[in-house]
Design a protein around this ligand. Structure first.
Ligand SMILES: Nc1ncnc2c1ncn2[C@@H]1O[C@H](COP(=O)(O)OP(=O)(O)OP(=O)(O)O)[C@@H](O)[C@H]1O
Ligand SMILES: [Zn+2]
Ligand SMILES: [Zn+2]
Length: 803
């Protein structure tokens, strides 16, 4: 078995298969499937994943693996198989699927270097020889930026120098210098009596190690013994002690003490929900549960106790939480229950911290991982449960290659381990709820809030009416009165500004011009903080103009209600209120999210003002009022899920009020109070919403009745974009079933990004067993053009975002 099948890190059609390499003898016993290796590929060195070993190859001449990058497999057999499944499911290259399962720190970095061709050194001009000095390679970057670039180039043409690619392992394990004793206490004693009693410090050190056998960080030792490194060195040279580097973890929660929490006695509803889950855990059986529980009904406690059963069985659990509700408060609840057994993975961690958390899982030092989407790939080998909280969140779908949905990955993994999956939500997706109704998923219901209080009372305010009665402020009379009332009572308010869909744009009041990005068909967003306008799609930015570029009028301003603007207005109408603002601007610094929430939790502010990020997971007893400033901004997005998303968001944010003793109230301001998603969210009537929305979906052939695929074509040339999209539409139209729908070509909702035009084709179908094959054929057909990046074709199976 000295031949390895390797998937190389070259994401392209031609290389999307296994290549055979010979294993050098010295690594014959070392290299195993699931390890990364460095292999020669064409003229360069690339990273690859060993997927299997074999004794024979169909190819006569094989190249050798250069070296292993790992000493033990980083992907277990199950994950390797999952890679095959993912490749197919997300229609991506195998290498992209494998890499998606690993933390960013493990992605290879390639470095171009220049080397002297064997024994050609003498042929090089002296200036170049000097450049090399004692090194046998030069960094390509240094050379092309230096003065000798053309000289080097000439020698490359002469065949005296060559270009090579090195794979750099980016892993930076953090280490600390430690001192340990090499001798037994007996031997140390002997040595102590042998050395001069005048060497007092050395004596003390020896005595320390007679008492303590475990290694101690050098720094701590010097401090403790009040001695110098010289003393330590002399004992090292005598062979009594050794210096070494010990690996340590960067622990983002290192300075935090978590008080142990004990499980609550469950309510009858909670017990009834937990029981069938525990049965599956107990019998090692796969099943999918939909835990449908209103906000504040104690879903998290059910998760915690299910996880406890899994740990008791000696198995492991994955707990997925959407990125924006992966708040310190959430993490705390798991750390308090399971302490050191919990690893946490979310985007707020540095690359190094994420890698360290990943290693804790890989080395089986933890039993539970709490994390955002990618934690579904946690390298556990004895998985006993996967939980997806807020299963309706669209962030569970990755919007770049590989375009996977964490729910599908979770179910796939759970099947191979024979363990249950819990999907939890107060507002499940229509897809999941429909499956639960058909008993594909087992429905578990928590219908009551923990405090037995009614859900908060909701008032809908028609903002058109407000305008008619002369109120031009962004706060309705009702919301203002209630805000003032809470302020007087010393209770807290959450104010949400639903920003998705529109933001502050710059418009000329004289001619109506809206300033757009020069590269994209989308308006620039005004950032008051540094007085600039920014494009959120391509990053373009420019200063705010003082006159209109079109008509030179001075009446050019920004419009829309950004959180900053709301904050200013609050300061005017309620100057005594203390406000904490949470949005991308105030939370971009590491740890700021947590600091703001803590401050609010400690009562340091009366109002928490923010975007979507405050809608979820908050559980503070003193919040008795929730205000939604603009409920409908999402309703008008060109997306068949816009009603569903509006309903979910309004229900979630309303659920923040009155979760403990004090009753809660909600005020929703809207320009379309008659829309069913707003009316029904005010009544907190998920079932009615479900019926209504299902009816519409059936009418318009959308999920869950039909599956949807979105193909987006982009190119710098408009005609080309349209014609390719048209060909694709025709091709599929002629091959798919008659009851499938192929729509297109139409311009994408954002019809140009970064100077590339965008057109789309939408497929709706019920059953198309050969669809993936047709799509692959299409991609192959355009493969030459897409490889050069002139043409981009993205295929999104079950898209969550229709832009
Ligand atoms: N069995 C129980 N006995 C007493 N208190 C409980 C029990 N279960 C949960 N709680 C408490 O009730 C509150 C609400 O529970 P929890 O946060 O788990 O609800 P949830 O359904 O996960 O909420 P949401 O989805 O709205 O975030 C919490 O403060 C929790 O500590
Ligand atoms: Zn103008
Ligand atoms: Zn742009």
């Amino acid at each position: 078995m000295d031949i390895a099948s390797v998937i190389v890190d070259v994401p392209a059609k031609q290389t999307d298969r296994e290549f055979d390499y010979r294993i050098p003898e010295k690594w014959n016993q070392v290299i195993k499937p699931g390890m990364r290796v460095i292999v020669p590929f064409g003229p360069r060195m690339v990273q690859g994943f060993v997927t299997g070993l074999k004794a024979k190859s169909d190819f006569a001449k094989l190249r050798f693996i250069k070296e292993p990058m790992d000493l033990e497999p980083i992907l277990n057999d199950e994950l390797l198989q999952l890679g095959d499944w993912l490749t197919n499911e997300a229609m991506c290259f195998k290498i992209s699927a494998l890499q998606a399962m690993l933390p960013a720190a493990m992605k290879a970095k390639y470095e171009k270097v220049i080397k002297v061709v064997d024994d050609k050194k003498d042929q090089l001009p002296p200036s170049i020889q000097n450049l090399f000095g004692k090194n046998d390679s030069l960094s390509w970057k240094d050379v092309i930026e230096g003065e000798n670039a053309s000289l080097v180039q000439k020698e490359m043409q002469n065949g005296n120098l060559e270009l090579e690619y090195n794979v750099k392992n980016r892993l930076n394990k953090k280490t600390v210098r430690v001192i340990k004793s090499l001798l037994s206490p007996m031997e140390l004693k002997e040595m102590a009596s042998a050395i001069s009693s005048h060497a007092k410090k050395q004596q003390e050190l020896l005595h320390y190690f007679i008492e303590h056998q475990e290694p101690i960080p050098l720094k701590d030792l010097l401090e403790l013994m009040n001695t110098s490194s010289g003393t330590v060195k002399s004992l090292v040279s005598k062979g009594a002690l050794a210096e070494m580097d010990q690996e340590i973890y960067r622990d983002p929660y290192e300075n935090r003490v978590f008080e142990k929490s004990i499980p609550f006695t469950l309510t009858a509803e909670q017990t009834a929900a937990l029981k069938p889950i525990q049965e599956k855990i107990h019998h090692d059986e796969h099943d999918v549960f939909l835990l449908y529980g209103v906000t504040g009904s104690g879903k998290t406690e059910v998760y915690l106790q299910a996880i406890a059963s899994v740990i008791e069985k000696g198995k492991e659990a994955i707990m997925l939480v959407p990125e924006i509700s992966l708040t310190p408060q959430t993490v705390k609840r798991f750390k308090e229950r399971f302490g050191e057994q919990v690893a946490v993975m979310h985007s707020g961690l540095s690359v190094g911290e994420k890698y360290d958390e990943w290693r804790k899982i890989h080395r089986k030092e933890v039993k539970v991982v709490v994390g955002a989407r990618s934690a579904v790939f946690a390298p556990f080998e004895n998985l006993g449960l996967v939980i997806i909280d807020e299963e309706h969140e669209s962030s569970y779908k990755q919007e770049e290659t590989p375009r996977y949905h964490a729910r599908d990955v979770a179910i796939e993994r759970a099947k191979s381990y024979g363990c249950p999956v819990i999907l939890g939500s107060a507002t499940p997706t229509l897809e999941s709820f429909a499956r639960a109704k058909k008993n594909v998923y087992k429905l578990l219901t928590l219908s009551q809030r923990m405090n037995k209080n009614a859900l908060p009372a909701v008032d809908i305010v028609d903002m058109r009416e407000e305008l008619r009665t002369g109120n031009r402020s962004m706060f309705s009379e009702l919301l203002f009165t209630k805000l003032k009332d809470r302020l007087d009572k010393g209770e807290q308010t959450v104010l949400m500004l639903n920003k998705r869909g529109h933001s502050s744009f710059v418009m000329c009041r004289s001619c109506g011009l809206v300033i757009n990005c020069p590269n994209c068909d989308i308006s620039l967003t005004y950032h008051r903080f540094n007085d600039i306008m920014k494009c959120h799609y391509c990053g373009f930015e420019e200063g705010m103009p003082s006159v209109c570029p079109e008509c030179e009028s001075e009446h050019i301003r920004f419009f829309g209600t950004g959180t900053q603007k709301v904050e200013e207005e609050l300061a005017k109408i309620l100057p005594e209120a203390r406000v904490i603002r949470m949005d991308v601007d105030t939370t971009s610094k590491k740890g700021s999210h947590e600091r703001l929430l803590n401050a609010f939790g400690e009562g340091k502010a009366d109002i928490l003002l923010g975007t979507q990020m405050i809608a979820k997971g908050l559980d503070f007893p003193n919040i008795t009022l929730v205000g939604v400033l603009s409920a409908d901004t999402m309703l008008h997005l060109p997306d068949f899920r816009s009603s569903e998303k509006t309903f979910q968001l309004l229900t979630q944010v309303s659920g923040r009020a009155g979760r403990h003793q004090l009753p809660g109230e909600v005020v929703i301001q809207t320009y379309t109070p008659e829309h069913y998603s707003i009316e029904l969210s005010a009544l907190q009537d998920y079932d009615a919403f479900y019926e209504r929305e299902m009816y519409l979906r059936r009418q318009s052939h959308y999920p869950p009745y039909y599956y949807v695929v979105l193909i987006t074509v982009s190119h710098e040339d408009l005609m080309k974009t349209v014609s390719v999209t048209e060909k694709i539409t025709n091709y599929l139209g002629s091959r798919l079933n008659r009851d499938s729908v192929v729509l297109g070509p139409v311009a994408s909702p954002i019809s140009r990004i970064n100077n590339r035009y965008r057109y789309q084709c939408l497929i709706k179908y019920k059953r198309e067993p050969d669809l993936n094959q047709h799509l692959r054929t299409l991609l192959e057909h355009y493969q030459k053009e897409t490889a050069q990046n002139h043409l981009q074709i993205s295929i999104d199976l079950n898209p969550q975002i229709m832009m």
